[in-house]
Design a protein around this ligand. Structure first.
Ligand SMILES: *[C@@H]1O[C@H](CO)[C@@H](O)[C@H](O)[C@H]1NC(C)=O
Ligand SMILES: *[C@@H]1O[C@H](CO)[C@@H](O)[C@H](O)[C@H]1NC(C)=O
Ligand SMILES: *[C@@H]1O[C@H](CO)[C@@H](O)[C@H](O)[C@H]1NC(C)=O
Ligand SMILES: *[C@@H]1O[C@H](CO)[C@@H](O)[C@H](O)[C@H]1NC(C)=O
Ligand SMILES: *[C@@H]1O[C@H](CO)[C@@H](O)[C@H](O)[C@H]1NC(C)=O
Ligand SMILES: *[C@@H]1O[C@H](CO)[C@@H](O)[C@H](O)[C@H]1NC(C)=O
Ligand SMILES: *[C@@H]1O[C@H](CO)[C@@H](O)[C@H](O)[C@H]1NC(C)=O
Length: 495
């Protein structure tokens, strides 16, 4: 008390000097305790950072040194920790979890239903008492399946002891596979589709949407884990102010994937075209050390186009994160967060049958309405920067698995032929970029806050309202486009 009292009478300079000395002493102490083993714990409280992880929020952290000579069954289970803080509520898009699981709401999920998906699934994932077992049915593309398992293992590290036992089938290719039309006979057992997890869905499928692997990094094409890339994109979008960016619509990617992209290339050629389209040949990129595909340095255009490839594309979050107005060519597929994006609020809708004209109009509109265009750009970025924080990606999976487990009508067991996989296995078995990305995306400490609280399901009126709102907003743009066209027609007649 006396100290504080006396401090008041000091000059500001001496007070600053005093705190500097204190800070230096603290720094020295933390250096020192770093040498002793439990220094880790103290250091985490005092300095709040090691491996760039926010430790002040967390009472304990996991050892970052894996013992690679242990097999999974020898690793000790992660203890559940007590959490006292009240959870916040989840973003709106979590409500789609209820929609995705609706087909099994009345019937529940039986073992037969799950196993019916064996023929189409790449892997089966079974979680029992916080341990993960997997069985591989068919080889998927690159390491999508393994990274997906890695993601779930990290979830188990984030919320130790809180995940229910589950047994599920996962499909890792591009296209949704459980077609609605195959299960529309209400009176037979065949009317119930097999529950299958997948990265995307569409209006005609029952696939249960699960965050794609790219959130933990895509080592094959050098796309870093989202937690890191998200920050890089935030910095990248601060480099050039919106007004100073190229006043065109930019897209760079693999133009060979899908008809829509093929079509988009044509917009590059048109004389007064406002599109700047660049093809990315990943094989060549790899040879050049990925020197022209860095995402954070691509925030240099006022407008950025999103177009689907074979189905959904992992690029949507990167494109939205640039503070540029995102021009979304009407998508057919959705992933776990995109169903809550709204046209003219988070992005600008582009007519899929008339892309070039529609892009041209969007760019001209934005260059005339720069404030509005910037606002749309900012709203899209804010959506991904805030609602798509890694914590929410984990929370989404947490709730999805939790709701799924509630529907399960059986106690899962380790399937015959399944093997246990743990973070150790997946770190120790790889090197290079794969290992680096896994180390970067590893959950370093259990969460000290609970998963956010899951919002209730939509009722049919909510859903209709949402769809109508989306349609109305899109129609508005179509009308502007149309009247602009009528005007220019009028002008050319006058000329
Ligand atoms: C790793 O595990 C092996 C096998 O249990 C054990 O002999 C060894 O001492 C452990 N190494 C470390 C550094 O803990
Ligand atoms: C893992 O270690 C345990 C205990 O040492 C042993 O019983 C088990 O056979 C090992 N499993 C594998 C797959 O090596
Ligand atoms: C099919 O439905 C009947 C009656 O509804 C039920 O008894 C039977 O267990 C079901 N079979 C499967 C494989 O779900
Ligand atoms: C689009 O045009 C630019 C500039 O003329 C060119 O550099 C680029 O290669 C073109 N893109 C494609 C996919 O042809
Ligand atoms: C990338 O590297 C290749 C070959 O090393 C070089 O030709 C090219 O100019 C580089 N591109 C950029 C954008 O730095
Ligand atoms: C959509 O537009 C129609 C007709 O303009 C209007 O009646 C309706 O309230 C709008 N719906 C929403 C959700 O904005
Ligand atoms: C897209 O353009 C086509 C052709 O001009 C038009 O028929 C269609 O109504 C447009 N779609 C939307 C959603 O505006």
């Amino acid at each position: 008390m006396q100290m504080i009292y006396r401090n008041r009478t000091r000059t500001p300079q001496t007070t600053v000097a005093f705190f500097l000395v204190i800070l230096i002493i603290i720094a020295l102490i933390t250096r020192w305790i770093d040498i002793i083993p439990f220094g880790y714990f103290f250091q985490s409280i005092i300095t709040g950072s090691r491996n760039n992880f926010k430790l002040q929020e967390s009472p304990q952290i996991y050892s970052s040194d894996f013992n690679c000579s242990l097999n999974c069954s020898e690793t000790s289970p992660l203890p559940k920790i007590t959490i006292n803080s009240l959870p916040e509520s989840c973003p709106e898009y979590f409500r789609w979890i209820h929609e995705d699981l609706k087909p099994w709401k009345e019937t529940g999920i039986t073992q037969e239903m799950v196993e019916k998906a064996k023929d189409v699934a790449n892997i089966r994932i079974t979680i029992l008492n916080g341990r993960l077992y997997t069985e591989k049915y068919k080889q998927g593309f690159q390491t999508r399946d393994v990274i997906t398992i890695w993601g779930i293992l990290q979830l188990l590290r984030l919320y130790p002891g809180r995940l229910p036992d589950v047994d599920l089938m996962f499909e890792c290719d591009d296209k949704p596979v459980i077609k609605k039309k195959d299960y529309n006979n209400k009176n037979t057992n065949a009317s119930i589709p097999p529950p299958l997890f997948h990265y995307c869905g569409d209006e005609s499928s029952y696939d249960i949407v699960f965050p794609d692997w790219s959130f933990w990094g895509w080592p094959e094409v050098n796309i870093k884990p989202w937690e890191i890339l998200k920050e890089e994109l935030k910095e990248g979008s601060n480099i050039i102010k919106w007004e100073d960016r190229e006043p065109y619509a930019y897209w760079k990617g693999n133009t060979k994937l899908g008809a829509a992209r093929h079509d988009l290339v044509k917009c590059n050629k048109s004389e007064d075209g406002k599109a700047r389209i660049f093809n990315l040949v990943w094989k060549k990129e790899k040879k050049q050390g990925f020197n022209s595909s860095d995402l954070a340095s691509q925030c240099t255009y006022r407008y950025k186009i999103y177009v689907e490839g074979l189905t959904w594309s992992v690029s949507e979050k990167y494109i939205l994160a640039c503070d540029s107005m995102c021009l979304i060519v009407k998508p057919r597929y959705y992933d776990f967060f995109t169903r809550s994006l709204l046209p003219t609020i988070h992005y600008w809708p582009i007519n899929e049958t008339n892309k070039c004209r529609s892009i041209k109009f969007a760019v001209e509109w934005g260059n005339k309405h720069t404030n509005e265009a910037q606002e749309i750009g900012k709203a899209g970025s804010k959506f991904v920067q805030e609602n798509l924080r890694m914590k929410y990606v984990y929370d989404y999976i947490f709730h999805l698995l939790n709701e799924y487990a509630k529907l399960m009508k059986y106690e899962p067991i380790v399937p015959e032929g399944a093997e246990e996989i743990c973070s150790e296995t997946l770190i120790c078995s790889v090197k290079g970029a794969k290992r680096r990305f896994r180390k970067h995306s590893m959950v370093k400490s259990p969460s000290n806050s609970l998963p956010c609280t899951l919002p209730p399901s939509y009722d049919s009126q909510d859903l209709r309202g949402l769809q109508e709102r989306r349609e109305n907003l899109t129609k508005q743009v179509a009308m502007w486009e149309e009247s602009e066209r009528a005007n220019t027609r009028g002008q050319s007649i006058l000329k």
